[in-house]
Design a protein around this ligand. Structure first.
Ligand code: FES
Length: 114
């Protein structure tokens, strides 16, 4: 069974923001969309950019390096059907954000969008 990792205080990620944290051997991007936390693989599949430090607009996070965009609720690339980040389970407990990085369904990555 996958392990839960305590990665941050809820106050570290207020609504409309995102953070980058390490959970076990994974880099995780956590985003707060209208008070609901979402967690995806934090390494951008383009060239490894830090998605958690990108700009969050609604549920869309934009990689700070070259602008690839992902829906943090699904992990899907905004424009490509073949690029998708892993989605991780996330929950809150006693003011802390916990992430379970290995309990997500298999996802795919593919060629960059045109
Ligand atoms: S590394 Fe993320 S868009 Fe290039």
């Amino acid at each position: 069974m996958a392990e839960w990792f305590d990665i941050a205080a809820e106050s570290d990620c207020p609504p409309g923001s995102s953070i980058e944290r390490v959970a076990g051997d994974r880099m995780v991007a956590v985003a707060n969309v209208d008070g609901v936390y979402h967690a995806i693989d934090g390494l951008c599949p383009h060239q490894g950019g830090p998605l958690g430090t990108g700009t969050l607009c609604g549920a869309i996070i934009t990689c700070p390096w070259h602008g690839w965009q992902f829906d943090v609720t699904s992990g899907r690339h905004r424009y490509s059907q073949t690029v998708r980040q892993q989605v991780y389970q996330v929950r809150c407990e006693a003011g802390r954000i916990l992430v379970r990085p290995r309990q997500s369904p298999a996802t795919e990555t593919g060629a960059p969008p045109a």
